[in-house]
Design a protein around this ligand. Structure first.
Ligand code: ATP
Length: 229
């Protein structure tokens, strides 16, 4: 399997706060890779570095065996926070605007709308969408340029059970379509349900990584360490 992402001794300090400390791991093509950790464990900072919006203070990483250039980043789609959508425009119009900004073929819009199951609601105003639908539209927008990798930061945060189920099914569908997915989550059951591989971050440090059938083992480690004096 091709190595999509290789992270080598990556670190980030914000002043005296060590947000990410000496992380090394690899993500291979086709994996759904979960970064599991509680709030403040360094997941968002790590994803920010991988997307080129946060500068590392130590270490390096490569995408597809190459240093992270803008060209490489075109192969990566991300939903790091809710993108700006216009409330009174339809879901489709919002995607058309994003497609224009990203210079993607408008033809992709039908495909991504179908994939995120918003074809029927595409002409309704964005403001009428449920939170789950808004998140699915955000994912659709990240997929407009047909990236090889999709990065999602806590994609089910704040959603009701139906919205959560919809996003998890969508992640599994996208992975089945051949994309590599990197997903930050603080929910163990989310990682167990959708991920093939995972890493556990605690206070910026990688304390376990491997295939998801190990997930229980890694979590015990978190519990034990969390309770340690
Ligand atoms: P959450 O789920 O709450 O987003 P997280 O696992 O994504 O948590 P980060 O957001 O990466 O964790 O934060 C890791 C640490 O770095 C925290 O202590 C946080 O307060 C700190 N931190 C993050 N960004 C900054 C910043 N811009 N300036 C100062 N400290 C920061």
């Amino acid at each position: 399997m091709e190595t999509v992402l290789a992270i080598n001794n990556l670190g980030k300090n914000f002043g005296r706060i060590q947000a990410v400390n000496n992380i090394s791991l690899q993500v291979k093509a086709g994996q759904v890779f979960g970064m599991l950790g509680p709030n403040g464990s360094g997941k968002t900072t790590t994803l920010g570095m991988l997307m080129g919006v946060v500068n590392p203070t130590a270490g390096s990483f490569s995408w597809f065996g190459q240093p992270p250039t803008d060209h490489m980043r075109r192969r990566i789609g991300a939903v790091l926070e809710h993108p700006i959508f216009y409330p009174y425009l339809s879901g489709r119009k919002n995607l058309e605007l994003n497609a224009m900004i990203k210079q993607c073929p408008v033809a992709n819009i039908d495909n991504v709308l179908a994939l995120v199951e918003l074809t029927e609601r595409q002409h309704d105003a964005y403001k009428t969408y449920s939170l789950g639908m808004k998140q699915r539209l955000a994912i659709a927008s990240a997929l407009l340029n047909d990236p090889d990798v999709l990065i999602l930061d806590e994609p089910t945060n704040g959603l009701d059970p139906m919205g959560i189920a919809g996003i998890r099914e969508l992640i599994i569908r996208i992975a089945a379509g051949g994309k590599t997915i990197i997903l930050a989550s603080h929910l163990l059951d989310e990682v167990q349900r959708v991920c093939t591989h995972f890493a556990i971050l605690k206070k910026g440090t990688l304390i376990h990584h491997g295939p998801v059938h190990d997930v229980g083992k890694g979590t015990e480690t978190v519990e034990v360490k969390a309770n340690a004096p």
